[in-house]
Ligand binder design. Sequence first.
Ligand SMILES: [Zn+2]
Ligand SMILES: [Zn+2]
Ligand SMILES: [Zn+2]
Ligand SMILES: [Zn+2]
Length: 424
Amino acid sequence: MTEEFNAERSRGSSNNFRTLQITPLDEEDQEEAQIDNSGDVDSYDDDEEEEEDEDKEPVGLGVLEKPEYSWSLQRELFPSKAGGTPAWLDPVNLPTGRSCLCDFCIKPLQFMLQVYAPLTEKDSTFHRTLFIFMCTSMSCLLKDQHEQWKRNQDKSSRSVKVFRCQLPRYNSFYSSEPPKNNGKDKPSSAGAVLCGWCGTWRGDKVCGSCRRVHYCSENHQAVHWKSGHKRCCLPSSISQDASEPSNNRTLRKVQEVASNGLWPEYEIAITDECEDKVSDDNGQVNSLISSSRVDESIEALMDSFGGEDDKKSWASFQERISRTPEQVLRYYRDAGAKPLWPTSSGQPSKADIPKCTYCGGRRTFEFQVLPQILYYFGVENDAHSLDWATIAVYTCESSCDGNVAYKEEFAWVQIASQYSTTQR
Ligand SMILES: [Zn+2]
Ligand SMILES: [Zn+2]
Ligand SMILES: [Zn+2]
Ligand SMILES: [Zn+2]
């Protein structure tokens, strides 16, 4: 079956949720898609704000599925995916330096998920992917929590980071034609050499002895050494053409990753949220997750809530989520879109959301990640494990182009309240 990205591009819809879905392409679309900025986007936007309550696009729900093929999540297919390694959209100009690190423990951040969310508004967002990384340490997340309330800091310290990357249709990394999704698609050029341990960040450092394995950081080099590289590290005189990474190799095959600490890999499938309430019988009964960690953590949460407001908002949050209990992500980029907050405390005000670092414009809510994803990642559900109530991602309203390939956006983390009272 031939499927296509951005089939809705020519329709002038400013709500990009449609473009998240992969829909069949007809010839008409393809022709029009080559014309830049064809729609009268501005006036469409205005209309939309007026009729905010009618005619709303449904919220896009992300559920996790095992990838169908070994090649399903390759970067040239523009996947939305969770766990494993990122499918970098721009495979060369990756984030560097402090951007890749937890600002508290200074270890490289772990890849959580990426959402392919192209925008129809302009050519430079023909491809557009948002990436979330986080430190796996709960104590770092608690420090992060403290920092995020400090307003107007130029460089606040974070353990959760979001990047936005976008490319025009005609770019040097991918064909301008849609992928065929038959296992034969190839990117147009090789990507940067990545860290041999995490497979995530640029491998700008190299093992001094064999000069074969690249690393993003001394930290990952040390972990790899201890966990086995010291036994298979051969001096560079024995291994040939080691320092020059072969173009072919990086083009053809997925990066080898030595770490077994990455989260398991899934494809994110996006479906519409069903607006109807679940009829009488309890919609959660048959769900995959409800019987395990989610119910437990809900009970723990309910017990720990002091305020009636929190209980109320938790109940309505649960009711909404229970319609599709396996959802791990809610995508809703629209004028005035708001996250669905699990608790009434710990929500940011407008002033808490910093302006875009690159254009100075407003950031608006785009999607949120639910803690259900930790179940799929196999994260233990005990007192010191990583946990949160929701992570809301805010991105530059105009999705500006800036001067770097990966633009840092903003995540607001709402922590389950039992942590603030340390009773559990
Ligand atoms: Zn950390
Ligand atoms: Zn690494
Ligand atoms: Zn080595
Ligand atoms: Zn901006």
